[in-house]
Design a protein around this ligand. Structure first.
Ligand SMILES: Cc1cc2nc3c(=O)[nH]c(=O)nc-3n(C[C@H](O)[C@H](O)[C@H](O)COP(=O)(O)OP(=O)(O)OC[C@H]3O[C@@H](n4cnc5c(N)ncnc54)[C@H](O)[C@@H]3O)c2cc1C
Length: 421
């Protein structure tokens, strides 16, 4: 063995050199591959960063109700919107003179503060961390903020403009928005213009309720805190119902919850109880005598109203309209609340009462719409920075998921928050 090595020193040396060169070559190749990959990653990350930073889209919002206008603020805040168009078929006066009051719950207040809403500059009042204002006042305030944003973003508010197929046809192809937010309320038909299915999922909230409205043109139209009363039972013995015996039953759920809300001019009442099969509930669900419910609302209003407002008496009772009997409270929400219009590369999301609505007025309705906007900023960001169609579809799917989650959460806790607590 030694002899063999001694005999062929050159062959060993050549093999050693070749191995060394091979190793050096492999090392060089690995190093240059690594450098190339690193350069590629750095360039790609920088380019992606620049693209994401520069990405900005055009957004169209249909409906200037509280939800549409809040969506407009979210869009401006996202930093990814170059051009924002907000439409409403109503003219300014009709839009801003809407009488109903809205009650913003603590979550909505926090959300709006984050969007730069200054409640100190808005007519309204605080009670139990809720802010009460008139819908028109709220809309006017949001319109004024949008006006201020015009220096940063190209904002156009087109009032008295209905969203129709004709409106869409008139937009030049290269100016089509990348995102359309439909917030046209419970009676809007913009989804059908965009070819979005109007199928709804209707789900029970496991409660029964009734509503009443009182309109008194002689009263003040200023925002007023709500009044809540709990564990109510009604003496319906005059109608042949022996209720008192029943509510001593320990298995029966605690009685009715009443809420009085709205301004003194447009007063509303909501009466709710858990879905149960007690004698009184059965009686109020099926009675053909509409005066029973009217009587309950009449008496309840006089007991729980604020001291400074007038009682309802037999003369003024005609100001009151109410449900004839208790009905099942149901939440209807769109099966499709977000869609992609492929040929035109437009992502559509449906918000507010256009997406989900209760058949019962809780006096807190606007908050459900606000919750839906929680995912709007991320949705706009993801759509603006999308590289391909898959990214947009993923953004839409996340938006739909959030919408479904909200409906589920509302069914479990929504009535408790707005009525029972
Ligand atoms: C009688 C009553 C009392 C209420 N009281 C309370 C309360 O006390 N507290 C509370 O929180 N909530 C209350 N609500 C609920 C509250 O008003 C709604 O939750 C809220 O208005 C929903 O907002 P939105 O923006 O989704 O829809 P909307 O307010 O209905 O706004 C939709 C807008 O879209 C516009 N529009 C429709 N179609 C088109 C189209 N094709 N093109 C352009 N524009 C279009 C409409 O003109 C409208 O301005 C009450 C509602 C009613 C009816």
């Amino acid at each position: 063995m030694d002899g063999l090595q001694a005999e062929n020193p050159g062959v060993g040396g050549i093999r050693g050199n070749a191995e060394e060169r091979y190793r050096a070559l492999a090392y060089d190749t690995a190093l240059s591959t690594l450098v190339a990959v690193a350069v590629y990653v750095v360039v790609k990350v920088s380019l992606d960063g620049i693209r994401q930073w520069r990405a900005s889209i055009s957004v169209l919002i249909v409906g200037s109700g509280p939800v549409g206008l809040t969506a407009a603020l979210v869009a401006v805040r996202s930093g990814k919107v170059l051009k924002l168009t907000v439409l409403d078929e109503r003219y300014r006066t009709a839009l801003l003179c809407r009488p109903q009051q809205i009650a913003l719950d603590p979550w909505s207040v926090k959300f709006l503060l984050g969007l730069g809403v200054d409640f100190d500059n808005m007519e309204g009042c605080w009670h139990n961390e809720h802010f009460f204002t008139r819908i028109g006042v709220f809309q006017e305030y949001l319109l004024s903020i949008l006006e201020q944003k015009k220096q940063k973003v190209d904002v156009k508010v087109l009032l008295g403009t209905k969203f129709t197929e004709e409106y869409l046809r008139r937009i030049p192809r290269n100016e089509w928005p990348r995102v359309i937010v439909v917030a046209d309320g419970s009676c809007g038909d913009s989804c059908s213009v965009l070819g979005i299915s109007s199928d709804y999922t209707v789900e029970t909230c496991h409660a029964y309720g009734a509503n009443a409205t009182i309109e008194r043109p002689d009263q003040r139209q200023v925002p007023t805190p709500e009044i809540r009363a709990h564990s109510l039972y009604f003496d319906l013995s005059a109608y042949g119902m022996e209720a008192l015996r029943e509510h001593r039953n320990p298995t029966a759920k605690p009685g009715f919850h009443l809420k009085i809300y709205g301004t003194f001019r447009n007063r509303y009442m909501a009466l709710v109880c858990h879905a149960s099969d007690t004698k009184m509930v059965r009686f109020l669900r099926h009675t053909a005598n509409s005066s029973i419910m009217k009587n309950i609302f009449h008496q309840s209003f006089n007991v729980y109203k604020t001291d400074i407002e007038p009682r309802l008496n037999d003369v003024t009772l005609h100001h009151m309209q109410c449900s004839r009997r208790l009905f099942e409270i149901q939440l209807s929400h769109r099966r499709i609340s977000a869609a992609y219009i492929e040929g035109d590369n437009v992502a559509v999301t449906v918000e507010g009462e256009a997406a989900r609505v209760l058949n019962f007025d809780t006096g807190c309705g606007v908050n459900l719409g606000m919750r839906g906007l929680e995912s709007m900023g991320t949705f706009i960001y993801r759509t603006a920075t999308a590289v391909d169609q898959n990214d947009i579809l993923e953004a839409l799917s996340a938006k739909m998921k959030h919408s479904r989650q909200m409906a589920e959460t509302f069914k479990q806790t929504g009535l408790a928050q707005s009525m029972y607590e």
